[in-house]
Design a protein around this ligand. Structure first.
Ligand code: ADP
Ligand code: MG
Length: 253
């Protein structure tokens, strides 16, 4: 076979085997390997390592896309000195992600602007890099989806999708009260996630006021029971970061 034909065929096979990094790099790696007098297995090892690293990176990128974070925020840009009420060691522990293996939940409670969504996103992002399947939804967004799915008879499919997750982030429980049907559907999600999927819920509401959003006292009790059975609670009761930021800007003027 001519050189050209084998190059073409190799490209075809590497594509069919889904080894894009092999295809992209085999010539350049061959050049370095021949300079360094590497053996054939060493050459293959170099290529295999590159393929693995790239594959892992692409998978992480896909998980981040699928998580659908509203804005991508990480812990690097979170200023703990601006929100002293937050238990930093606990945040650092949660960033390691062991709570997901134990199907434990996280509750982030605090006033508006205290960084709850930022922290939730940072924890979700860390989970994506650890190979976990994550989805970010506002609580009202989820309830709307559930109601729509019920009406179009696709509720089971939606539940199945949610059950495949390792971490479901539910942002902003408590800003808008739910209808009776909405609260019941939300309860079903929490109930099915119990000991299967970790939930991370952010809220501005102390527990005593959850009934106001969920309607029924019995349902609230049952939901809190499941959510808080194994839970890490992070409280942020400082000032709004937005407010501090705005005040700082005004002072500097
Ligand atoms: P919440 O969800 O509690 O209302 P957010 O997480 O949306 O608050 O925070 C509001 C804005 O302030 C966001 O842009 C967020 O990135 C930023 N922010 C809040 N707290 C901090 C902090 N401690 N360090 C850096 N940025 C912060
Ligand atoms: Mg928020």
């Amino acid at each position: 076979m001519s050189q050209d034909a084998s190059t073409l065929l190799l490209a075809h096979h590497l594509k069919a085997l889904k080894l894009p990094t092999f295809l992209r790099d085999y010539t350049s790696v061959a050049a370095t390997c021949s300079q360094e007098r590497s053996s054939y297995p060493q050459y293959l090892l170099h290529l295999a390592e590159r393929e693995l690293i790239d594959r892992e990176r692409r998978a992480t990128e896909r998980r981040i896309r699928e998580a659908a974070f509203p804005v991508l925020k990480t812990i690097e840009t979170f200023d703990f000195t601006a929100q002293l009420s937050i238990n930093e060691p606990l945040v650092r522990e949660l960033l390691r992600g062991e709570y997901m293996a134990k199907r434990e939940n996280v509750l982030l409670v605090g006033n508006p602007g205290t960084g709850k969504t930022h922290l939730a996103t940072a924890l979700g992002f860390a989970a994506c890099t650890q190979g976990k399947r994550v989805r970010f939804l506002t609580t009202t967004g989820l309830v709307t989806q559930l109601l729509e799915a019920r009406d179009s008879r696709t509720l089971q499919r939606l539940h199945k999708q949610l059950e495949r997750l390792d971490l479901l982030l539910l942002d902003e429980l408590g800003y808008v009260p739910f209808s009776k049907a909405g609260a019941e559907l939300l309860f079903e999600v929490v109930s099915r996630a119990y000991e299967r999927t970790s939930l991370l819920v952010t809220t501005n509401l102390p527990f005593a006021q959850w009934t106001e959003v969920l309607g029924s006292e019995r349902l609230t009790g049952a939901l809190l029971d499941r959510l808080t059975h194994r839970v890490h609670i992070l409280e942020a009761n400082g000032q709004s970061y937005r407010l501090q930021d705005a005040k700082g800007r005004l002072k500097r003027k």
